[in-house]
Design a protein around this ligand. Structure first.
Ligand SMILES: NC(=O)C1=CN([C@@H]2O[C@H](COP(=O)(O)OP(=O)(O)OC[C@H]3O[C@@H](n4cnc5c(N)ncnc54)[C@H](OP(=O)(O)O)[C@@H]3O)[C@@H](O)[C@H]2O)C=CC1
Ligand SMILES: Nc1nc(=O)c2c([nH]1)NC[C@@H]1CN(c3ccc(C(=O)N[C@@H](CCC(=O)O)C(=O)O)cc3)C=[N+]21
Length: 281
C-alpha cells in the first residue's frame, strides 16, 4: 500500500498559514486575474483561484475579456494593472486564444507582479538559483515532497514533459535540491527504460494511461501533475493510479494532488509580492 499524498489537505494548511500572515499586513494583498475567451476549463480554474484568494483574505480583480480581444487591448490592460497599487499579482490564464502572442503578453507583466513566475526575468533568476518567485506547480510538488519527508538529494528524478510551465522549472527545482534529473519528452525513445530507473517520477504530459505499472520501479515516489479527462469525462492524470499504486511508496491522486497545491503556492507568491510592495512604500 502506497502512501497517498494528500494535496488537498496540505493546500488547505498552506492557505491557512498564508491567511494568518496576510492579516499582519497593513493592506490586503490583491490578485488581478485576466481570462480571455470562454474556455470552460479555464473558467473553472479561475473560479478556484478567486475562491482561494477569498480564503486567504486577499482581494481578487477579475478581468474577463471576449475571445476576439485585440493584442493591444490586452497589453493596455496589463500596463494599467502594472501601475495599479492595489494589484500585487497579475495572472493571465493560459492558454490564450491563438491570435494572441503569449510570449509578448507574459513579457508585459511587471516582474514584481509575476506571481506565476513566467516572465523571462523571473525564469532567469530561478535558473541561477536566486529566485524571486517560485513557479507554482513545481513548487507545489516540492512542498509535497518536503511535507512527506521525501528527500531529493542524490535521488534519480525523472520528469516527463519539458514545458515552460511545468517540466522545465520542475527539473530546475529538483536539480537545486541535489537530485540527478532526467527530462523526457515526445522525442524520447523507450520511455519505460528511463522511468523504471526513477526514485522520483514526475509526469506532466497530459495523456490518460501513459504511466503503467511496468514503467515504475518498486518503491518509487510517483507525482502526477497532469489534468486530463478520460472517456467517461472523469478528471484523471497520466498515471494508471490503480495499477501503479501497489508498486509505489508514495503517490499523488488526481484530483486532490498537485492541482490544489499549485493554487496554494500561487497564494504564497501573492503574499510575498504584497510584502515586497508594502515594504517599498
Ligand atoms: N496540476 C496543475 O496544477 C497543472 C497541471 N497541468 C497539466 O499537466 C499536463 C502538462 O501540462 P503542460 O506542461 O502545460 O503541457 P504541454 O502540452 O505544454 O507539454 C506536454 C509535454 O509532454 C511531452 N510529451 C508529449 N507526449 C509525450 C510522450 N508520449 N512521452 C513523453 N513526453 C511526452 C511534450 O513533449 P514535446 O515538448 O516534445 O512536445 C511536452 O514537453 C497537462 O495535462 C496539464 O493539464 C498543467 C499546469 C498545471
Ligand atoms: N497563467 C496560468 N497559470 C497557471 O497556473 C495555469 C494556467 N495559466 N493555465 C492552466 C494551468 C492548469 N492549472 C491548474 C491549477 C489547479 C488545478 C486544480 O486545482 N485541480 C483540482 C481539480 C479542479 C477541477 O475539479 O477541475 C484538483 O486537481 O484537485 C488544475 C489545473 C493551472 N494552470
Amino acid at each position: 500500500m502506497a502512501t497517498r499524498i494528500d494535496g488537498k489537505a496540505l493546500a488547505a494548511k498552506v492557505k491557512e498559514e498564508v491567511a494568518v500572515e496576510a492579516e499582519q499586513l497593513s493592506r490586503r494583498p490583491g490578485l488581478a486575474v485576466i481570462l480571455v475567451g470562454n474556455d470552460p476549463a479555464s473558467r473553472v480554474y479561475v473560479n478556484g483561484k478567486e475562491r482561494d484568494c477569498a480564503e486567504c483574505g486577499f482581494r481578487s480583480f477579475e478581468h474577463a475579456l471576449p475571445e476576439d480581444t485585440a493584442q493591444e487591448t490586452l497589453l493596455g490592460l496589463i500596463e494599467e494593472l502594472n501601475r495599479d497599487p492595489q494589484v500585487d499579482g497579475i495572472l493571465c490564464q493560459l492558454p490564450l486564444p491563438a491570435h494572441l502572442d503569449e510570449d509578448a503578453v507574459l513579457n508585459a507583466i511587471a516582474p514584481d507582479k509575476d506571481v506565476d513566475c513566467f516572465h523571462p526575468y523571473n525564469v532567469g533568476r530561478l535558473m541561477i538559483g536566486d529566485p524571486v518567485f517560485l513557479p507554482c506547480t513545481p513548487a507545489g510538488v516540492m512542498e509535497m515532497l518536503r511535507e512527506y519527508g521525501i528527500s531529493v538529494r542524490g535521488k534519480r528524478c525523472v520528469v516527463l514533459g519539458r514545458s515552460n510551465i511545468v517540466g522545465k522549472p520542475m527539473a530546475m527545482l529538483l536539480l537545486q535540491q541535489d537530485g540527478t534529473v532526467t527530462v523526457c519528452h515526445s522525442r524520447t525513445p523507450d520511455l519505460a527504460a528511463i522511468t523504471r530507473q526513477a526514485d522520483i517520477l514526475v509526469s506532466a504530459v497530459g495523456r490518460v494511461g501513459l504511466i503503467t505499472a511496468d514503467m515504475v520501479k518498486e518503491g518509487a515516489v510517483v507525482i502526477d501533475v497532469a489534468m486530463n479527462r478520460n472517456e467517461a469525462g472523469k478528471l484523471c492524470g497520466d498515471v494508471d493510479y490503480e495499477a501503479v499504486e501497489p508498486r509505489a511508496a508514495c503517490i499523488t491522486p488526481v484530483p486532490g494532488g498537485v492541482g490544489p497545491m499549485t493554487r496554494a503556492m500561487l497564494m504564497r507568491n501573492i503574499l510575498a509580492a504584497a510584502r515586497r510592495h508594502q515594504a517599498e512604500i
